[in-house]
Design a binder for this molecule. Sequence first.
Ligand code: NAD
Length: 299
Amino acid sequence: MQLLNGNEVAKTLKANIKLEVEQLKIAGKKVPHLAAILVGVDGASMTYVNAKEKDCREVGFDSTILRFDMSITEEELLKEVEKINNDTNIDGLIVQLPLPKHISEKKVTETISYKKDVDGFHPMNVGLMFKGLPCFLPATPFGIIKLLEHYNIETSGKNCVVIGRSDIVGKPMGALMLQKNCTVTVCHSKTKDLNSFTQKADIVIAALGIPEFLKADMIKEGAVVIDVGITRVDDTTSVKGYVLKGDVKFDEVSQKASWITPVPGGVGPMTRIGLMLNTLEAVKMKTILNPMVDRSIVK
Ligand code: NAD
C-alpha cells in the first residue's frame, strides 16, 4: 500500500501558488482577495474559516472574514452577498455552511455571483462543470483530481465507484471522474447490494459521512481508495474530547488497497488547495479578460 499524502501534495501546490502570487505582485497586478462569510459561532465552521484565512496569509492572498450574529435575517445576509458581488476589490466569496435554519442556503448560494463563486456551488458553475466547460470546480472533488494527477493514478478505462451523491462531493466527483474517462457508478443510501459495486471497482471514493463504513471485504485487491469522510467521534482519551474518523476502516482496507488517503491528511488539505486554486484563477480571469478560465480537464 502507498499513501496518497494530501499534506505533502498540498505543501507543494501551496508553494506554487505562493510563487504565482509573487509574480503577480512583481508584474504590478492585483493579489487575489478571498472573502468568507461566517454566521454564528459553530466550532467546526469557525475552525474551517480560520484555516482558510491562514492558507490565504501563507500564499500571500488578501482575505476578509465577515462575521455575523445568528440573528441576521435572510434579507440582510443576501444584501451583504450583493455588496461583495459589487466590490471590485474582492475576487472570491465563500459562505461557510451550514447556515442557521431561517436562512435558505440555496438562495444564498445562488445570490453569489458565479464569477466569484470559488466554492463552485452556483448552478451556473455546476452546469458548466457537467458540460466539461471552463468553470470553478467544487473544491473537494477538484482537490481529489489534483491528488490523483499528482500521483499519476491511471483513471482511463477504470471502474470508479463513488459512495454518496451530495451536491458538493458525490455528484460533482462522479462527473469529474467521467471526464477523466472512468466508467462511473454513483452509489447512495438507496443503492441495493452496495458491495457488488465496490468489489468490482478499481477506484472507490467514499463520501457518505459514516465512520469506518468501507471495510476490507468490500473492495478488491489493489483498489485505489479515497476517503472523503470526516466525522468527529467522541473520545474521552483525546485532549479535544473527540477524534476525526474517515469513512474507511483504514487499518484493514490499507492492507488490500494499492493507494489510499489517510484521515486526517488526505482529502482535507487538498480541498483547501482546490479553494485557493479557484481564488487564484478568479484573479487571472479578470487579468486575461476571459469570461471564465479554462478549467476543463477533458483532454
Ligand atoms: P451528505 O450527508 O450531504 O451526503 C451523504 C451521502 O451519502 C448521501 O448522498 C447519501 O445518499 C449517502 N449515503 C448515506 N448512507 C449511505 C449508505 N449506507 N450507503 C451508501 N450511501 C449512503 O454528505 P457530504 O456533504 O457529501 O459529506 C460526506 C462526508 O465527507 C462527510 O463526512 C463530510 O464531513 C465529509 N467531507 C469532507 C470534506 C473534506 O474536505 N475532507 C469535504 C466535504 C465533505
